[in-house]
Write a protein that binds this ligand. Structure first.
Ligand code: NI
Length: 172
């Protein structure tokens, strides 16, 4: 059944889809492009710097990132991520699927991503900039990993109430 991309909206924790591994995209067709465009729309609507397909309820290996002033938004389909063996850098991250929650996540500063673009063409980018962290955060989403799965014991305590409230809001 084709996806009605118009109706796709942001999914919050604890929706099960956020904690599952998404499936590879078999072919970059019009439906895949429509999902990618909707992800870009939702990312802007919610003022995010990136958004992954499962966050819009679609279990596919696609994510998008927001461009800087003169850089375009980018679509990554079936991404593969390679992390450099750099020291881990702690940084406070949020997530559109975890409103009100900010936790410190330690990640390598440098990464290389290989993916298909919205036309199905492969591309490779290496960065030691902030985008390398966004790739890691969004790539995690495709494997069902959330920032709360990577937080320290201290953050675990401080976010307990907010997580409980999200569960209550979802009626679970
Ligand atoms: Ni997120």
């Amino acid at each position: 059944m084709p996806i009605d991309t118009e109706t796709l909206s942001l999914v919050h924790y604890p929706a099960p889809i956020l904690q599952e591994r998404s499936k590879a995209v078999a072919e970059v067709n019009d439906e895949v492009r429509a999902v990618a465009r909707r992800l870009i729309e939702l990312m802007h609507e919610h003022e995010g710097v990136g958004l992954a397909a499962p966050q819009a309820g679609v279990p596919w290996r696609i994510f998008v990132t927001r461009g800087d002033e003169d850089e375009p938004d980018l679509v990554y389909i079936n991404p593969e991520l390679t992390l450099a063996r750099t020291a881990l850098e702690p940084f406070e991250e949020g997530c559109l699927s975890l409103p009100g929650i900010h936790v410190t996540v330690r990640r390598p500063t440098t990464a290389t991503i290989v993916a298909l673009d919205i036309d199905g063409n492969p591309f490779t980018v290496t960065s030691d900039d902030f985008i390398a962290r966004i790739w890691q955060h969004e790539f995690d989403h495709l494997n069902g990993t959330l920032i709360i799965n990577r937080m320290s014991p201290i953050d675990r305590l401080s976010t307990r109430k907010a997580l409980k409230e999200l569960k209550l809001a979802a009626g679970s």
